[in-house]
Design a protein around this ligand. Structure first.
Ligand code: NAD
Length: 541
């Protein structure tokens, strides 16, 4: 019997490896890329630990070479969704009654496997299947993924330690029960770490999960399921069911056992899901927990005191890394007229050096966008700008989907602060700039605050610290992750807990105790040591 009072300490973040040519990690990764490119996996559903093949299949292709099939995957229909719910419910009582440190030990073992034995496998699958270059894969599919798992063990320790006070005649405690039912994890394509965290943070707190991965991240997500099994995760705790979101969602939300949604994806999808839950509310045992991190229209706001060279570099990296497919990617920028020529010059110099192409060529900075639907959507914004009298394309603007879904990093300048691409999320390598008069800083900051419905990330730049403080006040609600003299991307677990409000989601901060607390139902327990035997108040005696 375990009787240690256990606290998992705050961990160190997983170091990002360099992948220099000839380094052991580079050689291992190159070999693994070749291996994964030379096979076509057959990816089943995994329900209650068993592989299920429905015969209704789709293909997994490389975004940088869409003729290259990496895998076929089986899609869940209504029957399999019900099976997954049953499996999650069956696994619930054993999993929730396990000592929580055993649950944490499985999570920590997953982190060790991902950052050790399976580092190359995870990186290669994210590179090939999601179109990430080596660095972008490493920071996502290995480092952030491991950080979520390790930090969450420490955050769970903190939560379980929040206990009320007792008195001489009573003992009080709070028991952190998991939700009464299953959690539905619904993940986006762009971050493997997020997909893992959406399923495993409720799991750490004792919940069981039905997980629908994104159809364009199935390769890395399937390998995760294999790693979970090797780490000792019991059957049925996470049930993996790729397929159509609408088909799966309909069955899930009709279930009386649905207890929580852990979602990351677009604002439109989250709104649809929230409505579906509302329509089914009478069916559920409890009010379901709805946690959703959604889109962004992330900004860089430049004060006239900023250094143009630093701003130009941050804008290029913040807008175009991973082809702008980060919810945090800079997609609108406000620059004072005095700095604009130098900022633009720096961005043009960088654009001339940053190469675009296949993920397996380590010299490429830019790769392909995820799929044809996304490609066509991004192109529609570029063409809209090309045809508008209020805008001009200054960098990029070309695209080609003949082999892979390639869109050049594109810089648009507009004279209209409410231009379409200043307001709407594009989710691609497109940055729109509005140049303002140097003497209209605060007025333009207020424009920045009110232009878009989102509130995810934003950055302010300048050397005048007092002016930056005033900007920070004006933009208080414009971003849940706010940066001063940095690009608005690259949040690190344990350092910048992530999430925004307004149309960007419920702001429960993935990678923090605020998120974990959403997956428990606290029960207050009072035990009286010597109960009274007389009903009278003392003054009646
Ligand atoms: P998406 O909304 O298209 O899909 C997310 C998931 O929902 C996928 O698994 C998809 O299959 C599923 N889905 C779609 N429609 C559904 C429906 N009607 N019913 C049930 N499930 C459905 O998002 P995406 O394209 O995968 O990811 C990009 C979006 O995610 C962007 O908007 C981005 O800003 C956002 N994102 C936000 C964060 C954050 O932390 N705020 C992080 C990453 C991505």
């Amino acid at each position: 019997m375990r009787n240690a009072v256990f606290n998992f300490p705050v961990p160190a973040n997983e170091p990002v490896k360099s992948y220099l040519a000839g380094s052991p990690e580079r050689v291992a990764l190159e070999n693994e890329l070749e291996r994964q490119k030379s096979i076509v996996l057959d990816i089943p559903l995994i329900i209650g630990g068993k592989e299920v093949r429905t015969g209704d299949t789709g293909t997994v292709v490389m975004p940088t070479d869409h003729g290259h099939i990496l895998a076929t995957y089986h899609k869940a229909g209504p029957k399999e969704v019900k099976m997954a719910i049953d499996a999650a419910m069956k696994a619930h009582s054993q999993w929730e009654s396990l000592d929580w440190t055993v649950r944490a030990s499985i999570m920590l073992k997953i982190a060790e496997l991902v950052s050790g034995k399976y580092r190359a496998l995870m990186n290669a699958s994210a590179m090939l299947g999601q179109g990430k270059n080596c660095y972008q894969a490493e920071i996502d599919a290995v480092c952030e993924l491991s950080d979520f798992l390790r930090y969450n063990a420490a955050f769970a320790s903190k939560i379980y330690n929040i206990q009320p006070k007792s008195a001489s005649n009573q003992i009080n405690s709070v028991e952190y029960r998991p939700l009464e039912g299953f959690v539905f994890a619904l993940s986006p394509f762009n971050f493997t770490s997020i997909a893992s965290n959406l399923a495993l943070s409720p799991v750490l707190m004792g919940n069981t999960v039905v997980w629908k991965p994104s159809t364009t991240a199935i390769l890395s997500n399937y390998y995760l399921m294999e790693i979970y099994k090797e780490a000792g995760l019991p059957d049925g705790v996470v049930n993996f069911i790729p397929g159509s979101g609408a088909v799966i969602g309909k069955e899930v939300f009709a279930s009386a056992d649905f207890a929580g949604l852990h979602f990351t994806g677009s604002c439109d999808t989250f709104n649809t899901l929230w409505k579906e839950v509302g329509e089914n509310l009478g069916r559920y045992r409890s009010y379901p927990r709805l946690v959703g991190e959604t889109g962004g229209k992330d900004f860089i706001f430049v004060h006239p005191s900023a250094c143009a060279e630093e701003v130009g570099n941050a804008a290029y990296c913040g807008a175009y890394e991973f082809q702008g497919q980060k919810c945090s990617a800079a997609s609108r920028m406000y620059v004072p007229a005095s700095l604009w020529p130098d900022v633009l010059n720096k961005m043009k110099q960088t654009a001339a050096q940053a190469k675009m192409g296949d993920v397996c060529d380590f010299g490429n900075f830019i790769n392909a966008v995820i799929d044809e639907k996304s490609f066509d959507n991004i192109v529609s914004y570029i063409e809209y700008a090309r045809e508008s009298k209020d805008a001009e394309i200054l960098i990029g603007g070309n695209y080609d989907k003949s082999k892979g879904y390639f869109v050049e990093p594109t810089l648009i300048v507009t004279t209209d602060p409410y231009f379409k691409s200043m307001k709407e999320e594009i989710f691609g390598p497109v940055l729109t700039v509005y140049v303002y008069d140097d003497d209209k800083v605060e007025e333009t900051a207020r424009l920045c605050d009110s232009t878009s419905p989102y509130g995810l990330t934003g950055a302010i730049w300048g050397r005048d610290r007092v002016a930056l403080d005033a900007l920070s006040d004006i933009l208080k609600y414009a971003a849940g992750n706010f940066y001063i003299n940095d690009k608005p991307t690259g949040a690190v677990v344990g350092m910048q807990p992530f999430g925004g409000s307004r149309a960007s989601g419920t702001n429960d901060k993935a990678g923090g105790e605020f998120n974990l607390i959403r997956w428990v139902l606290p029960r207050s327990i009072k035990e009286t040591l010597v109960p009274p035997t007389d009903f009278r108040y003392s003054y009646m005696k």
